[in-house]
Design a protein around this ligand. Structure first.
Ligand code: NAD
Length: 321
């Protein structure tokens, strides 16, 4: 991985990945792209940034050729809660974008990464310690696109030799860029509301456990997997990865250790609750640990400490607290 094109680079993951790769590979070797451009934004202003709609194959191919990239990291997609509101659009973006990206990886012989999600699992899968290889049967359009995407990445690897790599991300928690419409977004919002208002109304119900990971670990996971020895990778669909699994009342208790007066109640959103109920409570990440030494560092309390510290600095700088 020496010269990388990233799609969806202004999103929650992309923004932090671009920063890390600019540091690791140099500004000229990271081509950040997104369908939108933002004013006064560090991704757009402090390195190479190009506007790109991933559903436009010709522009996508032209950019990858122009910069002679050796790796494509494809992050542009519609996330779970938004996808459920507009399933047809979700299919078009998630599948056509991925197909274009894989075709270009094949044509230009680049390495390839596109993430799947815990949403690839549906209620037929074992709910606890869900195995890497088991029945998937997702019941959301987002999950359907993620399973189809995993199969497609595996197909391009087996049929054309594309060096495709992928993980099933759990809910991702970060403070730099706000999340883009996922079911686990509550676990980011709760930190904002704890600092801004001292209280939170959870749209996910008590007792609903989901896997989660802090963004620093997420970025390490991507870099580590892309640098892993290809001969050791048995799985080419998508590795289960996780750092912790918790329910709303557990993140609430973790925050209370730092903000003792913090209050929380529940107003369950039936759409997002139904999505959450169809996902695993906790997944088994032993294949990732074995095949490329995945080893996330942040547990719930370590993440809470850092989220509250960093978010407080950010909100102060923005004059919000
Ligand atoms: P995000 O919603 O924060 O960002 C997506 C980016 O894609 C946005 O900046 C958007 O402008 C861009 N985009 C939308 N349509 C586009 C198009 N046609 N062409 C080019 N760019 C377009 O998403 P994210 O959280 O950074 O997620 C990135 C990937 O990781 C997705 O595949 C998502 O399914 C997966 N994932 C994310 C999470 C999470 O919790 N964030 C969890 C599991 C999997």
């Amino acid at each position: 991985m020496k010269k990388v094109l990233i799609t969806g680079a202004l999103g929650q993951i992309g923004s932090e990945l671009v920063l890390r790769l600019r540091k690791d590979l140099g500004n000229d070797n990271v081509i950040a792209t997104d369908i939108r451009k933002l004013e006064d934004n560090f991704i757009c202003d402090e390195g190479i940034f190009e506007k790109l709609d991933v559903t436009n194959y010709d522009s996508f191919l032209q950019l990858a050729k122009k910069y002679e990239v050796d790796t494509i990291i494809h992050l542009a997609a519609l996330l779970s809660a938004t996808a459920e509101k507009n399933p047809k659009f979700a299919w078009d973006l998630n599948m056509n974008g991925l197909m274009n990206a894989l075709e270009i990886a094949k044509e230009l012989n680049t390495k390839f990464f596109a993430p799947s999600s815990i949403a690839a699992y549906g209620p037929d899968a074992e709910a606890n310690n869900t195995p890497q290889d088991t029945v998937m049967n997702p019941t959301t359009m987002y999950g359907v696109t993620k399973v189809a995407g995993e199969l497609l990445e595996n197909y391009y690897n087996k049929k054309y030799g594309v060096d495709s790599r992928s993980v099933r991300f759990p809910g991702l928690i970060s403070y730099k860029v706000e999340p883009g419409g996922g079911t686990t977004d509550y676990a980011v919002d709760i930190y904002y509301q704890a600092l801004l208002n001292g209280s939170y109304e959870s749209y996910i119900d008590k007792g609903t456990k989901m896997d989660m990971m802090y963004m620093d670990d997420t970025i390490d996971v991507i870099v580590q997997l892309m640098n892993a020895d290809p001969k050791k990778l048995i799985h080419r669909n998508s590795f289960n990865i996780t750092a912790m699994s918790f329910a709303p009342e557990e993140i609430f208790e973790s925050i209370k250790k730092y903000i003792p007066d913090f209050k929380m109640d529940y107003k369950v959103d039936t759409v997002r609750q139904k999505i959450a109920d169809s996902w695993p409570n906790s997944i088994d990440d032993s294949c990732a640990r074995k095949e490329w030494d995945s080893n996330p560092k942040y547990n719930l309390d370590a993440m809470t400490k850092e989220m509250l510290e960093k978010l407080k600095e950010k909100l102060k700088a923005e004059g919000k607290i």
